[in-house]
Structure formats: structure tokens, C-alpha cells
Design a protein around this ligand. Structure first.
Ligand SMILES: [Mg+2]
Length: 384
């Protein structure tokens, strides 16, 4: 049994963001990777929050030629070969996304070959995982945000995540002082807390869009609203700044969804910089590397949760491992996955039940993917 081909399809997916009073049509990018064996079996993986055309080129022009003829069950051998091929001097970036998508496809194949779902091969710690719903996007006005939060609670979700910071540092072309951005964020968080009551857990995510001073000022002003964690509060996941912030706030800090190197998680943990590490299986080197990061989190008695969306791939990791926990049910990413895959499970009362079918338990729909792949490239399109 050998790898016959590794191919990537860059996708630019049309999605509708929001609910109730306000919706917005936009696009989200994803790169689908399929590994085909010489017996015709195919495994699939994805990556996202990157430039999908770049990843497709890495996979099709470099990884394919390197992996043809290798044994698909030897995931460590494949991972190590890709690591030294694509990141020989510790570069991270695009290479980690490409390795992640290929690694997920290999685990999907491993499950198909062995007749077992991936979550059991990863350890089978539990058959269902709790989710939190990411619903609170920047384009909502304050009252619409509160109404959307209520609507998600009525759908059975008791854990809700909203964005803050709103790419304030990134959008230097817009006259939006950080002080003004966080002042409005305080009001938005208050409106959501008042709308959902004290029992619902609220998470916030700055997507690395604030500097230390404004992240700290925001944390200080929202402590009374009972925030469960503050994700990616500072630019670049800067570890000394995270550690300083963590020492100053009672709100737990979370980070790591877009990190490529396991050593970055080691450094966060050693510096006591975060409460929750969030490697994403679709980005942080696939299941193979996330297993190692989760092991470090366990050794440091830190929490381990999913950030960066793509719940259907990350649910296998969090069901598989004893210290697995929350999976991010990001409404836009879920809509993307529904365009690409058939057989996706839906959460009930805030919980996703893992499939018993071999591999990932869901497959890309070839016809729809072919149609979607005709869309033009999406440079600058939305990133979850
Ligand atoms: Mg995030």
C-alpha cells in the first residue's frame, strides 16, 4: 500500500455571515487536500486562515513529488520528511498549513484502512465533545449582536464567542484609534452579557489585533462581565506580553490557533503566558503535531481547547485525548464545511457526537468541489 498522489484544491467559498437582523454575503478560503493510494482509497484534509493558492502550490508542486511511493500508515515518517523539506530552519507560516492538511488526510486514510474512526485511533477518550459557538462578528451593530447572542442561546448553545479588537492594528489605513475600539468593545460585551444572563459562558477573541496596553485596558474594564477566556489578546501572540497580561488579569488567556511550531507552545507554557493552549489540527501541523502539543499542555497542567474553527476536524482530536475539551463551532467555517463535505454531524444541545464510521466520517463531495473550484482565487478574502 503506497501513496499514489497528493493533490490540493484551493477553494473560495461563498458564505453568509450573521443571523436575524443582519446578514452579510462574503467569501472564506479553504484548501482541500486529498491523498490517494495505489488501491484507490482517498483520504482528505483541509487547511484555512491562509492563502489557499500558496498552500495548493506547496502541496501540488513540492509535497506530491516527495510523498509518492511512501507508506500512508507511517504518519511520523511522512510528517518528519515534510518538516525537513518545508521548514528546515524553523520557518513556520505556510508550510505548517500544508503539512497539517496532508497529515489529516493520512489519518483519514489510516482510519479507513483500519476500519476505525480517527478519534478512537487518537485515543478514544470520549464519544462526544462540547462546543462553543462563535457568532459575534464585527459587522453587527451592538443591539444586533445582543439579539444574535439570544438567538444562539435559544438554539441550545450555552457557550458563545464574540470578536473584539476588530483588526484594529491591522487596519492602519482606517482612522480607528485603539482606545475607541476597546471602548465600544466594553459596551458590546456588556450588551451581550445583559442579553444572555449570568449562566451563559462568554468568550472573547481579539485575533491578535491589540497591543499590550489596550488588551490590558480592555481586560480590566470587562472583568465584571465574567469572561471565560480572552483569546489571542495581543499582536503576534507575543509571549512576554501575554505573560505580563496574564499576571494582571483574572480572565484566563488562550492562544495558539495559528502557530506552526510545537516549540512556540512550549515557550508559552514555560513562560506561564496562557491558561489555554489552542493548537488547531488544520493549521498547527495536523493531528501528529497536535498530539505532542496536547501532551505538553497536560505536563504543564494547562487547558487545551480548539481555537481557529474547523470543528469537524478538531472534534477528533478533542474526543481522542483525555485532556481534550472544547471545540469551536464557528458559524461561518461550519457553513464552508457544509459546502464541501457530506456527512457532517450537527451539535445537539451544545454537544457534537463523534462518528463511528472509519476515518474522519465525512467526505468531500466531488461534484460540488469541482463546481466551487471554478471560482476565481480569493486573495484578501475572509479568514476565519
Ligand atoms: Mg480565534
Amino acid at each position: 500500500m503506497k501513496i499514489a498522489s497528493v493533490r490540493a484544491t484551493p477553494l473560495n467559498l461563498p458564505v453568509t455571515v450573521g443571523s436575524g437582523a443582519r446578514t452579510k454575503s462574503t467569501f472564506l478560503s479553504m484548501c482541500l487536500v486529498e491523498v490517494e493510494l495505489d488501491d484507490g482509497r482517498i483520504g482528505s484534509g483541509i487547511t484555512a486562515i491562509t492563502e489557499e493558492e500558496v498552500i495548493a502550490s506547496i502541496v501540488n508542486d513540492i509535497a506530491h513529488h516527495a510523498l509518492v511511493g511512501m507508506d500512508p500508515l507511517r504518519h511520523e515518517q511522512v510528517w518528519d520528511k515534510l518538516f525537513w523539506l518545508l521548514t528546515p530552519r524553523g520557518q513556520s507560516g505556510y508550510a505548517s498549513h500544508a503539512i497539517a492538511a496532508i497529515d489529516l488526510a493520512l489519518w483519514d486514510l489510516k482510519g479507513q484502512i483500519l476500519g476505525q474512526p480517527v478519534w478512537k485511533l487518537l485515543g478514544g477518550a470520549r464519544a462526544q465533545v462540547p462546543v462553543y459557538a462563535t457568532f459575534g462578528f464585527a459587522f453587527f451593530e451592538r443591539d444586533e449582536l445582543a439579539a444574535a447572542a439570544q438567538a444562539w442561546v435559544e438554539r441550545g448553545f450555552k457557550r458563545l464567542k464574540m470578536t473584539v479588537g476588530h483588526h484594529a492594528l491591522q487596519r492602519r489605513d482606517e482612522p480607528r484609534p485603539l482606545a475607541q475600539v476597546i471602548r465600544e468593545d466594553v459596551e458590546r460585551i456588556r450588551a451581550v452579557r445583559e442579553a444572555v444572563g449570568p449562566e451563559v459562558q462568554i468568550y472573547i477573541d481579539a485575533n491578535c489585533s491589540l497591543d499590550y496596553f489596550h488588551a490590558q485596558a480592555l481586560a480590566q474594564r470587562i472583568e465584571e462581565y465574567g469572561i471565560t477566556f480572552f483569546e489571542e489578546p495581543v499582536a503576534q501572540n507575543d509571549i512576554p506580553n501575554l505573560a505580563k497580561l496574564r499576571a494582571k488579569t483574572s480572565i484566563p488567556l488562550a492562544a495558539g490557533q495559528n502557530e506552526g511550531l510545537a516549540s512556540r507552545f512550549r515557550d508559552m507554557l514555560a513562560a506561564q503566558a496562557v491558561d489555554v493552549v489552542q493548537p488547531n489540527a488544520c493549521i498547527s501541523g495536523g493531528y501528529t503535531q497536535c498530539l505532542k502539543i496536547a501532551g505538553m499542555a497536560a505536563a504543564f497542567n494547562a487547558s487545551f481547547a480548539n481555537g481557529g474553527a474547523w470543528p469537524h476536524h478538531n472534534m477528533h482530536l478533542h474526543a481522542g485525548l483525555a485532556n481534550g475539551s472544547l471545540v469551536e463551532y464557528h458559524s461561518v467555517a461550519v457553513e464552508c464545511c457544509k459546502l464541501v463535505f457530506d456527512g457532517l454531524p450537527e451539535p445537539t444541545d451544545g454537544v457534537l457526537a463523534l462518528p463511528e464510521t472509519p476515518g474522519l466520517g465525512f467526505r468531500p463531495n466531488r461534484e460540488r468541489v469541482a463546481e466551487l473550484a471554478k471560482r476565481p482565487g480569493s486573495r484578501g478574502a475572509g479568514k476565519a
